[in-house]
Design a protein around this ligand. Sequence first.
Ligand SMILES: Cc1cc2nc3c(=O)[nH]c(=O)nc-3n(C[C@H](O)[C@H](O)[C@H](O)COP(=O)(O)O)c2cc1C
Length: 196
Amino acid sequence: MKVAEPLKLAARRVALRSSNCMAKYLLLSTSGNPASNSRIMGRVAFAHLQKAKVEVDWIDISQLDLPLCDADKCYAHPAVQKLNKAIAAADGIIVATPVYNFGVSAATKNMLELTGSSWEEKVVGFLCAAGGANSYMAVMAFANSLMLDFRSVIIPRFVYATGDAFDGDKLKDKKVGERVEQVADELVRFTKALRS
Ligand SMILES: Cc1cc2nc3c(=O)[nH]c(=O)nc-3n(C[C@H](O)[C@H](O)[C@H](O)COP(=O)(O)O)c2cc1C
């Protein structure tokens, strides 16, 4: 018998509640720049989650050799399948993204086009690296797509940092560091609350 989509989701929610399995988290770094600032923030959030002893994985999509989304053969690509599996297995996800042309980078958007429904009902937070102060709404189109297409829950706290917060491969701005950790803490709080 074919089960209607809302019923399948409801059943999944009940199964999650009744299972004692720990929530899983995923840090997705999406910049291709070897000297990426969003990756530095992603590392800080990842270390914070590891210290909090939650189950967390790290994926840097620049290491995956992802194809461009062609809405056809791309879905069978091994790198896309690996990414889909990791996203589907996570309950809470932090996306560390560069700001390009007043939005998230094309690589970040391509990642979402490739993995679409794997994002269903995930809790999602953002760490954004930008060049200037004016693009602070850059994640909104991406976040709207997650919310309205895939019912992701976007945590109402994100980090937007410009180059002056960094010194080489270090995050030197303490306030930005605290905000990165707050985003990670909020991800865990929202994820646990939604699973209870
Ligand atoms: C193609 C391109 C477009 C960019 N567009 C913007 C922009 O619209 N707004 C902004 O504040 N910075 C912009 N920047 C600067 C980047 O956001 C900045 O270099 C940031 O550190 C990128 O993140 P990453 O270091 O994690 O790669 C742009 C950079 C590039 C290469």
